[in-house]
Every structure is written in structure tokens, then in C-alpha cells.
Ligand binder design. Structure first.
Ligand code: CO
Length: 615
């Protein structure tokens, strides 16, 4: 990347193969789609190609039945000129929790070995302790370590605090620094001030800016950032740009050139690339994305990104409470402030979003607290940007003890245990163990599918989605706009529930899908779930489902049951789980006694359903 100061050269990273289709096409682009145009993209003159990481890894296995490592190798075999780039969530790698250091180290080593060049390493809380292992590994295996500021606004997020954060990452040895404006809320004025301060503090640090067009500001903001000294910006090819994706490459290039900056891009090649994606769009854009508004001006007012709002909407729809959306939008900034102003990006966006929904639906704030919120409050995700009020923190944590150390210090090495858990005949290469560490159920399901002879494999879930969408389009001609919007969200949920055995949504902020979906579980679609007839329920105190969701006896495969059927439980002891809105809600025993479960592990349950009785 060009040095920031006194340079008329500005480089451009292409996000088409990662963030753009994650933002607009629910990450459904396939490896063959990429390979058909990869050589052309490699010849366009980009600084780098963001093509891996984020949600691509999970979606590859879960919906496309592809090996993500194979995708990386095949892209690298074709793209020989332009460095490949990925998005890495620091200690979370590509998942939603902290992984042990040995897993982070080995993941980065294999990514480098398979062709990854530039690692953009970020943490949702901007806690440098969550970045250090990943950055050290990238340096160790010869990659380019790009540090990241996850940009947000709050009383505690000042230019000074961001400069201090950049200095800490510079001391860790980063090669460049990204400003990650995932919500599209960075204004041109704020960008000029922030980039200017960073250039002044770290004159040799190349600065790259990443934003989304959600609020319509990103292209103007890029210009301000470049004038202040940023050396590189992220764009997507026009067909996959704008809306909740990056600004269009062709337009940003023209804007920069009009101001005398040289991007080194070949406009004719960009035209050919765009023609390819215009054609591909017909096949790959889900119906739900086609209805997203071009600009979400609401972001300018409430700073809640559109992807998150559609998440909240589908979560409320799942709970039969769509009419509470306005209440949730009003509650969300309050919950975020209570929780110490975390930037809203995976996984904090889910934690804060779902907690806000619970705060509204339960009628009493924090009377229901997810497991994730408890761990967040106790420090298991890292240090919160502002401290949480002492009394509230205690209430949120429940019986958890607060931690002060780097969260990953509490984790035992994970690789050898993971290797032991996978049936040997399913492992083809070491990379499979890493895939399993990140997404155990999804990976196992994929490995089993892959192990079958070609003629005996189940259909690819993404193909089923497409067939279903086609059939629905043919069957339902005249829905009005609003109904169509909600119906499409409902359909997306239903097809994902069927495909992955968990909850999922097509419009996830940063495209996350089905965080806690347990594969192979016995799943019925919501609403079809059968309640036990009243006369069959044994006598005793009922354990009721507080929300619509999926019932689990344990927190995941290989994890022990919270309570055995027929065991004696204490009052207030968590005895089972209802997974709703992608998060786990522990359900407590109402009284002490012998517990009898009435619902099978993995069943979809409705609010108020009796899950078990304690007598
Ligand atoms: Co992004």
C-alpha cells in the first residue's frame, strides 16, 4: 500500500468475493462462480482481493457443501498477481466465541500455507488482548498483519482513544491499519479528523478505510479519508456494491481520478468483470435482498445498521411480536449504553440486539438474560469500552465470577481434543480439524455428506433454497410490498431451519448465519410443533418455554446434558436450554425435585409450552 503522505497514488481493495456478496447475496457465491472470473479480477490492478473469512467459511460448508480451504487454494492457483486478503475476528477466528491460542495459531498457519497474504484482524470490543495471538501468528507465518479499529460512536470513543488503540497495535507489529466502519456511520468530517490524527501519530503506518453504503455516505467519506492521508479504500464492483455493501469501484475510481489520484485500475477490465456479475446476479441474489432499500437514512439518525434492523425484525417475527419493532429500536441504544457502548459488529451486535428484544418482550428489563450476555458482562468477550454499572453487572453475571485476564488465557489447548472427537474416517486433511474447531456441527455434517458417494449425497441446501424460492415465486403472484417483505423473511427462516436444523436469517448483520444451529437435531418448523395434550403432562411444577425457539438438553454436541431425565434438580438450577434468536437461554428449574422431560432434544417449541415438569 502506498504511504499515506504526499502520495498521489491510492490503491483499492476489491471486496466483491467476500463482504459484498456477504452483504447482498447472503454469502451464496460459489467457488465455481469465483473461478470463472478470478483471472480477470487478478488483472484489474487491485491492491488486494478480499475473498475469504467473515461468513464465507461457515456458509461454504453449511449451505454450499464446499470445502472453504479448497476455495482458497483454487483462487490462489489463479490469482498470482494480486495479494489475497481475509477478515479474521482475532481470537474468535471466524466463529462467535474465543478459541484457544493453539487453534488460532494453527488456523493462521494453514491459511498462510494455502495462499492467504493479508489478514485484517479485528475485535468487536477493540480489546487489543483479543488481537495479539492472531497478529503474532500472522507475522510468524509470513503474512501481512493489518490491525483494525472497529469504528463506532459513543461518549467514550474519541479520536484520542482510537489513536491510543492504533499505537497499541503498532507496538504489536502490524503492517498496516484498517478503519472498519461496518455500520456506515463514519462521516467525511469525522474521517478527516480521525485519519489526520492517525497519520500524525503514526506517520509510517499505511491506513486503509473500509465502509458500507448503508447510509449513503461512504463514497464521500472515502474522499475525505484519502485527502487526509489514507492510502487504500475498499470497494466492490458496481453490481455487487451500494445498499449494505461497499461503494462502487468504478465510481470511487472516477472520484479519486478527478482529484488527481491514480488508482492503477484498468477501467475496461472493470467493465468486463461487472458484466459477468450482472449475469450472475440473476442466479445468486436471494429474493429477500432484492427488496432492501438503496439508502437507509435511518442510520444517520439512530446509527443502527440496516442489516441489524432486518435481524431484529425477523427475530420479532419469530416471536410473533413484529408490532414491537419501534420499542426495540428505542430500547437498543439504552441496552448498548448499559453494556458499555460496544461497537455493533459480530458478535456484540447479536448479544446487544437479542438482549434488547428480551428487554422489550419480557416487560421488565434484564429479567431475562442470555448466556451470552452473562458471559459478556463477566468479561469473557474482553474489556467493555466503558465499564458496566456495578449493580447491573452483578445482576447480568448471575452466578458467574468476573474475570480480568485475557479471556483466552482461561482456555485449554483445543486441537488434539478436537482431533479425537472427529471419526478418523471423516478426516481428509489437517485443515478439517480446524474447520471442526470453528463450526463443529456444521463441519461434521459436511464431512459426512462429503464421505458419501456422489450419487447418494443429499441435495445441496443452497440449491434447495433456490428451488423453493422459484416455486414460491410461481405460486404467490400478488402480495403487497410489506406483506412480501415479511413473507420473504419468514420463508428465509423456514428454509434455513429446514436446511440447517437451527435458526438462521438471510439478512444477518455481516451475514452471520445460524450461530447455534445444531445439525442433525430433530427440527420441526415453528408453528407445526406439537404441544403435549394436557392430560398427558405428569403432575408437578411445569418448566415453561419463555420464548419461541428450539429446545436443547445440552449446550452442544459432546456437551453434557444440563440435567438427566429423572434427576433431582435444585430450584433455580439451569436444567435445559431454549435457543431463540441465535442465542442460548438457560431455563431454570422452578422448584426443587425430580425432573421429567416432555420434549425431545432439538425440537422447535412455542412460548408457554411445557418442556418438563419438576415433582
Ligand atoms: Co464490512
Amino acid at each position: 500500500m502506498a504511504k499515506n503522505t504526499n502520495s498521489r497514488k491510492v490503491r483499492i481493495t476489491d471486496t466483491t468475493l467476500r463482504d459484498a456478496h456477504q452483504s447482498l447475496w447472503a454469502t451464496r457465491m460459489r467457488t465455481d462462480d469465483i473461478l470463472a472470473i478470478a483471472e480477470k479480477i487478478d488483472s484489474a490492478g487491485y491492491y488486494s482481493l478480499e475473498c475469504w473469512g467473515g461468513a464465507t467459511f461457515d456458509v461454504c460448508m453449511r449451505f454450499l457443501r464446499e470445502n472453504p480451504w479448497e476455495r482458497l487454494r483454487r483462487i490462489k492457483a489463479v490469482c498470482r498477481r494480486t495479494p489475497l486478503q481475509m477478515l479474521l475476528r482475532g481470537q474468535n477466528i471466524l466463529g462467535y466465541k474465543h478459541y484457544p491460542d493453539d487453534v488460532v495459531d494453527r488456523f493462521v498457519a494453514l491459511a498462510c500455507e494455502n495462499g492467504m497474504d493479508i489478514f485484517r484482524v479485528f475485535d468487536a470490543l477493540n480489546d487489543p488482548r483479543n488481537l495479539e495471538t492472531a497478529i503474532r501468528a500472522v507475522k510468524k507465518y509470513g503474512g501481512h498483519a493489518q490491525g483494525t479499529i472497529s469504528y463506532t460512536t459513543s461518549p467514550v470513543h474519541t479520536v484520542e482513544s482510537y489513536v491510543a488503540l492504533a499505537r497499541e497495535q503498532a507496538a504489536m507489529g502490524i503492517d498496516s491499519l484498517a478503519i472498519k466502519d461496518m455500520a456506515g456511520i463514519l462521516t467525511p468530517g469525522a474521517a478527516r479528523e480521525l485519519v489526520g490524527a492517525l497519520v500524525k501519530a503514526l506517520p509510517d503506518m499505511p491506513i486503509q478505510v473500509h465502509s458500507h453504503m448503508t447510509s449513503g455516505m461512504a463514497a464521500a467519506m472515502y474522499m475525505a479519508a484519502v485527502e487526509a492521508g489514507a492510502g487504500c479504500v475498499d470497494t466492490a464492483i458496481s453490481t455487487l456494491s451500494s445498499f449494505s455493501s461497499q461503494p462502487p469501484c468504478e465510481s470511487v475510481m472516477t472520484i479519486l481520478e478527478s482529484e488527481g489520484f491514480d488508482t492503477g485500475l484498468d477501467r475496461a477490465v472493470l467493465g468486463e468483470i461487472n458484466a459477468y456479475f450482472m449475469d450472475l446476479k440473476k442466479k445468486r441474489q436471494p429474493a429477500s435482498s432484492a427488496r432492501v432499500e438503496a439508502v437507509d437514512a435511518g442510520v444517520l439518525v439512530h446509527a443502527i445498521p440496516g442489516g441489524m434492523i432486518s435481524n431484529l425484525r425477523s427475530q420479532l417475527a419469530q416471536q410473533g411480536a413484529l408490532d414491537r419493532l419501534d420499542d426495540v429500536l428505542a430500547e437498543l441504544p439504552r441496552t448498548r449504553a448499559d453494556m458499555g457502548y460496544p461497537p455493533l459488529v459480530t458478535p456484540t451486535s447479536q448479544i446487544v440486539g437479542v438482549q434488547s428484544v428480551l428487554n422489550v418482550l419480557s416487560g421488565r428489563r434484564y429479567s431475562m438474560v442470555t448466556d451470552e450476555t452473562r458471559h459478556y458482562a463477566a468479561g469473557y468477550y474482553g474489556r467493555t469500552p466503558a465499564p458496566i454499572d456495578r449493580k447491573l453487572r452483578k445482576k447480568l453475571m448471575g452466578d458467574l465470577k468476573p474475570i480480568d485476564c485475557r479471556p483466552a488465557d482461561l482456555l485449554k489447548p483445543g486441537l488434539s481434543a478436537a482431533a479425537d472427537e472427529i471419526p478418523a474416517k471423516l478426516i481428509q486433511a489437517e485443515e478439517d480439524i480446524l474447520s471442526y474447531c470453528l463450526f463443529p456441527e456444521v463441519a461434521l455434517d459436511f464431512f459426512k455428506w462429503r464421505a458419501k458417494p456422489e450419487g447418494e449425497r443429499d441435495p445441496i441446501p443452497a440449491d434447495l433454497e433456490m428451488q423453493k424460492a422459484e416455486a414460491e415465486k410461481a405460486a404467490a403472484p400478488a402480495l403487497d410490498e410489506q406483506t412480501a417483505k415479511f413473507a420473504s423473511i419468514g420463508r428465509a427462516f423456514a428454509s434455513l431451519m429446514a436446511a440447517c436444523g437451527g435458526t438462521g436469517d438471510l439478512n444477518g448483520l455481516n451475514g452471520t448465519n445460524g450461530v447455534n444451529g445444531l445439525n442433525g437435531a430433530d427440527v420441526q418448523e415453528a408453528g407445526e410443533s406439537k404441544k403435549e395434550p394436557e392430560d398427558q403432562i405428569p403432575a408437578g411444577e411445569p418448566v415453561l418455554a419463555p420464548l419461541n425457539g428450539t429446545f436443547y438438553r445440552s449446550a452442544g454436541p459432546g456437551k453434557p446434558e444440563l440435567a438427566a431425565d429423572g434427576a433431582t434438580v435444585k430450584a433455580g438450577e439451569p436444567c435445559c436450554i431454549v435457543e431463540a434468536m441465535k442465542l442460548f437461554n438457560p431455563i431454570k428449574a422452578p422448584v426443587a425435585g425430580k425432573i421429567t422431560f416432555l420434549v425431545k432434544h432439538g425440537t422447535v417449541v412455542v412460548k408457554g409450552q411445557t418442556l418438563a415438569v419438576v415433582a
